[in-house]
Design a protein. Structure first.
Length: 149
């Protein structure tokens, strides 16, 4: 009788570990499936600023955004149309653990732990407690100059 209990305990310990690992694998695979509505674009960095032409179809409507990538940036920048003439630029670095946030229609969401931000980078829910880093923008007609100091 004692040997059967030990076998059952070992079975439950091993199966619990297997179930936990399978659950973790399932969660990780789902994290990668969060779609991003912001297409990636290559941006030129010169003298601590990015000049980007906003007269493109990907930024035609309020709420549209593009992810600007450059090897000189630690994290890509999301450039989002806030109104017909106004844009906001935020870092994709989640302030919780540094994962890259993704744009999802009207929010920015971290795929790692679920933190959510509004389109201006303000925290909607945690675990993060800090807003996304914002960049100053100067508009010159259709050109957004993003200062990345």
């Amino acid at each position: 009788m004692i040997s059967n209990r030990m076998k059952r305990r070992q079975f439950f310990k091993r199966s619990t570990g297997f179930i936990g690992a399978a659950s973790m694998l399932s969660a990780v695979s789902q994290i990668g499936c969060i779609p991003s509505t912001a297409p990636a674009m290559r941006a030129e960095l010169s003298q601590n600023k990015i000049a980007f032409n906003t007269a493109i179809p990907e930024l035609s409507k309020v709420g549209d955004g593009v992810k600007l990538e450059n090897n000189g940036l630690e994290y890509p920048i999301l450039l989002i149309r806030k109104s017909e003439s106004d844009f906001v630029a935020v870092s994709t670095e989640c302030m919780h653990l540094g994962c890259q946030v993704r744009m999802q229609r009207i929010i920015l969401r971290c795929p790692c732990h679920g933190s959510a931000y509004d389109l201006e980078g303000k925290v909607l829910n945690g675990p993060t407690e800090e807003p996304l880093k914002r960049y100053n923008i100067r508009m010159k007609e259709n050109i957004a100059e993003i200062l990345v100091l």
